[in-house]
Structure formats: C-alpha cells, structure tokens
Design a protein around this ligand. Structure first.
Ligand code: HEM
Length: 163
C-alpha cells in the first residue's frame, strides 16, 4: 500500500481494523440501554484523508445494525479535522474539531437526512476518538434529537485486529 500522506500523519493512530472489546454500550434517555458489536475499518490510499467504515451488529445475534462510512480530512498544516459520514439510517453529517495527540474531538456543523428518516431526528452529534494507553481505540458519542437535549448515546472500546 502507498505511504501515508503526510497531511494526515496526525491521524495515523486511528488506522487499522478494530473490533469492539468488550461489547459497545448504547444508551439514551428515551431508549432502553443496549450492547452492540462493532467493526471499525480505517484505511487510506495515499490521499490526504482517511477512509472509514463502521459496521455495528447485535451483540447476541450478530444481526447487522447501524452502519456508517466516510472520510476524515485535515486542513493542511493545522490540527483542524473534518469528519464526513453517511449513515444507513438516512443521515448524512459533517463534524469538525481538533486532533490533539492521540485524541480527536468533533461536533457536527451539519446534519441532513432523507425525507422519510425515522423520528425523532438527530439534530446534533458530538464524538471523541482516543487511543488508550493500552493501545485500544475508544469512541464516545453524544447526540441531541428534536425531542431530547445532548446526552450520551454510545461508548465503545476496540481492539486492533490488524498489525
Ligand atoms: C436509537 C441516532 C449510532 C443503536 C437512536 C435514535 C437516534 C439515533 C436519533 C432514536 C432515539 C430516540 O428514540 O429518542 C444515532 C446516530 C448514530 C447512532 C446519529 C451515529 C452517530 C448507533 C450505533 C448503534 C445504535 C453504532 C449500535 C447498534 C441504536 C439503538 C437504538 C438507537 C439500538 C434504539 C432503538 C431504535 O430506535 O432503533 N439512534 N445512532 N445507534 N440507536 Fe443509534
């Protein structure tokens, strides 16, 4: 594979195929708490961006659930990051934020959706990615909906399954 484009070298710690371990934990004030499995694949093809695909499934049955894919970009010469995601729920969103060391904090500046997306509609998404001291990737997601202010939705830690 081509060398990592130096524009995105600050995000190199995200690269790899990662599998939730332990199971991810989901919650929101309006729903029962749940556990889920997720595979996160973060790759590059030498362009000044990363490509990602997150595939969640039911922790017990393996049935596919939430999926999203997109791109992670950096404003060249800065630590300003843009995260662009298309989700199987019909949501398309852009988050921006900063990478600081091995932590990336993002907040949505745009959330859009198909006309027949399920309600309640998500109105804001904030997430953090971090590499733990043990070398695991962690993702934490907060969201707000048309009927609920910002609250935790997801927390998951992944083990790297590629070298
Ligand atoms: C519910 C958004 C990721 C599993 C919801 C709801 C919204 C939402 C708006 C409805 C909440 C309500 O009824 O008040 C999102 C967004 C995500 C995301 C924006 C990504 C940024 C995930 C992931 C899973 C998941 C990765 C893992 C399986 C669920 C479940 C429910 C739910 C099980 C409750 C049942 C349902 O409404 O389908 N989510 N979600 N979500 N989400 Fe997520």
């Amino acid at each position: 594979s081509p060398p990592l484009n130096p524009v995105v070298s600050q995000l190199a710690w995200m690269l790899g195929t990662w599998v939730s371990e332990p199971a991810g934990e989901g919650q929101f004030p309006t729903i029962p708490p749940f556990r889920y499995m997720e595979e996160a694949t973060i790759t590059h093809v030498g362009q000044p961006m990363l490509n990602f695909m997150f595939c969640a499934s039911n922790a017990e049955t393996g049935k596919p659930m939430h999926r999203e894919c997109g791109f992670i970009r950096i404003k060249p010469g800065t630590n300003h990051v843009a995260f662009i995601s298309a989700q199987n729920t019909g949501v398309v969103e852009v988050e921006e934020g900063e990478v600081e060391g091995e932590q990336l904090s993002l907040t949505s500046n745009s959330v859009s959706r198909i006309s027949f997306a399920k309600e309640p509609h998500v109105t804001q998404i904030s997430r953090k990615f971090r590499l733990t001291p043990e070398g695991k990737l962690e993702q934490t997601v907060f969201m707000a909906t048309a009927s609920q202010s910002l609250a935790p939705h997801l927390h998951v830690t992944y083990r790297k399954v590629t070298s």
